[in-house]
Design a protein. Structure first.
Length: 162
């Protein structure tokens, strides 16, 4: 089958770009309004740091995509998390948008791992055997279903049905 990658950040990328573009304008405005050099220097440092962090986040979202190889489905969000799901454990895959407001990038709700982007998912996997998912400080959970967001859910469904 070979490796295939799938983006998941199309909904958030425009917002990150807006903030990256606005940061130099913010720095210029601070230079014009704030009379104290020390405060301008501190705010300049924060502005530059903010732009660098936003750029780094954009790069991470581009670099660490969901992927499918010969044995696993890899679900990622930048470097925040990475889950490896054996293809043999996937019973069925469906496409359809689900909206929730969990306010977390990853959660387990009633045995379902939910990896939402902008409070939505659009690919759903039913597993034929429970998978242990570690949520860090929120503990490990057995899941029998996974819902996640992909920019092109049809590509993901086709790749997993092969």
């Amino acid at each position: 089958m070979g490796d295939q990658t799938f983006g998941y950040s199309a909904q958030v990328r425009p917002f990150l770009w807006v903030f990256i573009v606005l940061t130099p304008l913010e720095i210029l405005l601070v230079e014009l309004i704030v009379p104290w050099f020390w405060l301008r220097a501190v705010l300049l440092a924060f502005g530059v740091l903010s732009a660098l962090l936003l750029g780094w986040q954009l790069w991470m979202l581009h670099k660490f995509k969901h992927s499918v190889d010969d044995r696993y489905l890899w679900l990622r969000y930048a470097r925040e998390f990475e889950y490896r799901i054996p293809l043999a454990a996937i019973e069925s895959v469906t496409q359809g948008t689900t909206s929730r407001t969990l306010h977390r990038t990853r959660s387990v709700v009633d045995g379902t791992l939910v990896l939402e982007i902008s409070s939505s998912t659009n690919v759903s996997l039913r597993l034929n055997e429970p998978q242990v998912i570690d949520l860090g400080r929120r503990g490990a959970h057995d899941v029998t279903k996974i819902e996640f967001w992909a920019d092109d859910p049809g590509d993901v469904v086709r790749a997993l049905r092969k």
